[in-house]
Ligand binder design. Structure first.
Ligand SMILES: Cc1cc2nc3c(=O)[nH]c(=O)nc-3n(C[C@H](O)[C@H](O)[C@H](O)COP(=O)(O)O)c2cc1C
Length: 187
């Protein structure tokens, strides 16, 4: 067994009560466990308010317990897999808010994208929109990404039914994340 496994946080980036992110993230976390120490994170459970810190995140000065808890959780990750839906052509507002709460905690950490949507794009445009945001806070987005079109037909009472090929797409993202996590970011 690897004594120093890469700690991957699989983050469900949607807070909608019936979100498809949960079953999809559950499936993705199961795929990732062979290679990573996985922590599932559901933004709906984290329940952050709109950014309410008086100081800039870059100062690391946090007035609120919810920020300190979010900071500690993000700090404990070596890499992230974001499971994100597309809303009206972009990523969700609560996800952007959760990113904006912190700064140092994201820095230098690899991030993979698993997007989804009801339509045929699989949310890829939301992923493309997100990349410069991740880079702004110093994350290192993996070049490979995975996208799930037609999400509404793939989530049932039994969970997420992965379409053919998705496991391979996700494996490429996870492989890149593992490689990036082992490569120190130069200052
Ligand atoms: C506000 C909103 C906007 C949406 N916009 C799009 C869209 O632009 N393209 C698309 O294919 N699906 C769109 N959908 C459908 C979502 O991709 C689909 O319902 C997905 O399950 C939403 O993620 P969620 O279940 O985590 O909320 C939208 C859904 C919502 C709630």
């Amino acid at each position: 067994m690897n004594p120093n496994p890469v700690r991957l946080h699989v983050i469900s980036a949607s807070v909608r009560p019936a979100s498809a992110a949960r079953p999809l993230a559950h499936w993705a976390a199961t795929q990732a466990r062979a290679r990573f120490e996985v922590t599932p994170v559901d933004l709906a459970e984290i329940a952050l308010p709109f950014l309410d810190e008086p100081e800039y995140a870059s100062t690391g000065i946090y007035a609120h317990a919810h920020t300190r808890a979010w900071s500690a959780l993000v700090d404990s990750a070596d890499a992230f897999l974001f499971v994100l839906p597309m809303y009206n052509g972009g990523f969700t507002a609560p996800f952007k808010n959760a990113i904006d709460f912190l700064y140092r905690e994201w820095q230098g950490k690899p991030a993979g994208l698993l997007s989804y949507s009801a339509g045929g794009s699989g949310g890829a445009p939301a992923g493309r929109m997100l990349r410069p945001v991740l880079e702004s806070v110093g994350m290192v987005p993996a070049e490979a990404s995975a996208a799930v079109p037609g999400i509404t037909g793939l989530v049932t009472a039994d969970g997420f039914r992965a379409p053919e090929g998705l496991a391979g797409e996700l494996a490429a993202v996870l492989e890149e994340l593992a490689a990036l996590a082992r490569t120190p970011v130069s200052a």
